[in-house]
Design a protein around this ligand. Sequence first.
Ligand SMILES: *Cc1c(COP(=O)(O)O)cnc(C)c1O
Length: 334
Amino acid sequence: MAIIDLRSDTVTQPTPGMREAMLAAELGDDVYGEDPTVNRLEQYLAAELGFARALFVPTGTMSNLLGLMAHCERGDEYIVGQQAHTYKYEGGGAAVLGSIQPQPLEGEADGSLDLGKVEAAIKQDDFHFARTRLLALENTMQGKVLPSSYLAAARELTRRRGLALHLDGARLYNAAVRQGVAAREITRHFDSVSVCLSKGLGAPVGSVLCGSAELIGKARRLRKMVGGGMRQAGVLAAAGLYALEHQVARLAVDHANAERLADGLRGLGYAVEPVQTNMVYAQVGERADALKAFCAERGIQLIAAPRLRMVTHMDVSTADIDRVLEAFAAFARA
Ligand SMILES: *Cc1c(COP(=O)(O)O)cnc(C)c1O
């Protein structure tokens, strides 16, 4: 029985074409800047997203950390969502390793941060206070796409108040595909962007930080400091390049599968949040553990939670979605 893993879009296996690209990659020592495939990936993404430079790193956590540390000095502060990955799911790295104080704000239902609240949280220039330096947004945020008018307003605010604007774009391409725009239409509002290659794009490893030449110069130095300087990393960058060249448009399939899953679950009586990209949130309440165990016996992997998150990706087919719905229906009857 084939396993259907809905825990995350990080669980995908490299496709045959991707494995071939990895095998064929030209390699060199990237710490010396000599890996042609890493250089190609960095140039490709910088150009595509409208930045001067880019930096290949092992993880999105490192990419966000280097972005924050390159923008902020010790004792500076960044404004961020209470549920944002950068703040909540990265071990407090910006504070621990960068001495950057977070100022978390409760997010809105649409995944944004209220810009009035952001502006009110910016601290005055006074030696009692940390210096507010940066606003960090996330897009998609729990599968939700930030509207382009919102991004423009965030840009206007941060420019007016002298803050830098960073995007955790782990799922940038899900947002772009959903909106039917080039990714650059999203990233043009930001000073720096972190993109994950290992989520819906399907690469096994890797993220890329994009920004100005000065910012990426700093980030390159910091990457070495935190142990992220890799050598013949082109074998990994080749997977990322392949993903960007061949596996972006197909994200629409994941979105359609998520929609199909949500519709089916509503048909079974579950309250399901509106789906925009590849994440489905359903209220399963106290039966979360029982549901997880029931599905596990049928080859379906879930993370038990009352607000159950299920994520579609390239290793979940439309037929798999129907198998999941059958399991949920059987659970309702059991
Ligand atoms: C996955 C993810 C990251 C980075 O995670 P890594 O596992 O360190 O690559 C950052 N932000 C968001 C929103 C993510 O989902």
